[in-house]
Design a protein around this ligand. Sequence first.
Ligand code: AHR
Length: 660
Amino acid sequence: MRPCRFLLTGLFIIVFIFFSFSQSKNNVITIKADKPYAAIQSSMWGVFFEDINLGADGGIYAEMVKNRSFEFIKPLMGWKVEQKPFVEGAVTILNRPDNKSNPRFARIKITNAAAGSLSITNEGFRGMGVKKDLRYDFSVMCRQSSAGVKLHIELLSAKDAVIGMAVMTPAATGNDWKKEAVSFHSSETEPKAKLRIWFEGTGVIDLDMISLFPEDTWKKRPGGMRADMVQLLADLKPGFIRFPGGCIVEGMDLSNRYQWKKTIGPVEERQLMINRWNVEFPARSTPDYFQTFGLGFFEYFQLAEDIGAEPLPILNCGMACQFNTAELVPLEQLDPYVQDALDLIEFANGDVNTKWGKMRADMGHPAPFNLKMMGVGNENWGPQYLERLAVFQKAIKEKYTDFKLVTSSGTDPGGERFDLLNGELRKMKVDIIDEHYYRKPEWFLGNVSRYDSYDRNGPKIFAGEYAGHSASAATGINRSTVQAAIAEAAFLTGLERNADVVIMASYAPLFAHIDGWQWAPDLIWVDNLKSVGTVSYHVQKLYSNNKGTHVVPALLNDKPVAGQDSLYASAVLDKHTGEIIIKIVNTSLSSRTATLSVEGIKKFSSRGTMTVLSGQPDAINTLDTPFTVSPVVTTMNAKGRKLDVTVKPFSLLVIRLGIK
Ligand code: AHR
């Protein structure tokens, strides 16, 4: 062989070996199972609930009649009056002095009406979703001096076919209001049904709180919540539920702020209010969006209890939304706001002989709700926030020493506002700081190590609102991509790794109605009949359902796995089950291999599971294709203390193995 050819062949072999080696690069991730350094709070992974995107009214609150009490700004919004022949004054809206929080009602006047000559039809929230053979419970508050008017209640399909009906003959009540109820079944499944009421007879009848609920609410509670939506929350096994928001707490101005005391007691006495998301985004204006508070604070506490989540109410701190009016309560007038906070603790936890504890008991829950924490202010900022917070902090801590307060770091995870608050809140030795980030996927990847350098002895962190917002032109549900979700998954390894500092985290917003949303992306999408978890939902669920109890080091070349070779990882022990749980995220377009080397154990002790969530970067789940991207679980055997894994492109891999 000539020297030149010899050299070329040698070079080729070297290049080939190098190329082969670089293709099969193996990442050795060392997990120190004998070095747990932080307990993971049972509250770690939770949910953020806000009535945005028709999350409550038109969403989880299963009421199907929109504007049931005629209190919208336009009293007949959502209703269509039909009459043949037209008679002036057959349907009028009046006010009653005895119910200041729900004054309006409809008066129906008819004389010998022929069948169907006068009717009112409610369009529902973007239609009403009804199911074949399911029972529907209709109720109405009414009064009439003699039993002259009968109500024919009909469920109509989108094409106006009658698919369910009942007749109601309300009693004569003189001047008193009485609740009448009747139930019927739907003969069809229909996503866009309507409710028509036509009147028969002669007389005058007053109607208020016209309501229709499906039988299959969560726990079959009358006037309850949509079971499919609650189930999706329950499946997350959330550690906490934050409510009622969000900006909704702050209000556009203070008159529009959320006031919990107005959301409890009989539903017909809860005063309706415009939802601030009605007008917030002109491009997504939602003129028929109001808060009825049928889902109020009692129901939120009950929901938290049902799904095993710690309740985390957020209260207004005397400041309206600073992006809107920025209206402030003068410090010397802050007392009622602080009193609301103190009374809420009594409402949740107080003895049944206390004023507010009795109210809770009267609503059907004598046992306390065990409220342990509360947020003061949502995304409020500036010295005006700090001054008000200090008043709340003093008053609450004086009375309830161990009660924890969640405080605001503003709207962004950096910048002047954040820096001021972050510095001052630490000086105030607050319990928990709430950080929010709606950012591009790259931000999440770049911030995986954000909390590595946080003061271990300072306030704890609540990652209260986060979501990966892809820069793409996608709108609505199309924004909930694998790319965004996998970036979130990578970021969550950083939260988990820092569980000694970060004690709670929640994606936001939670729900969105496909025909009535204002903000995207969101965790769960619904229409009137169906609901779907986005890829981000599955990420949340995988973290929450594999929470473990103690975090242990997971290292690549002695460093946290935070982006080397596009890999991110964290590991926890579950001391209840005797397992190790390892989460690995690959954010690249090609597979990665890794050897997981677990130190401090004798060996893996049992069969385990491997759960993979992966997909094309732009893949999404939709209401019609809900399982395009969902976790795939396989069982596995592992021997010794090492395990070789392949991590698929754009994936989250969760491994659970027993250890000895
Ligand atoms: O989640 C939507 C909104 O985002 C919340 O209401 C607010 O807190 C944040 O700006």
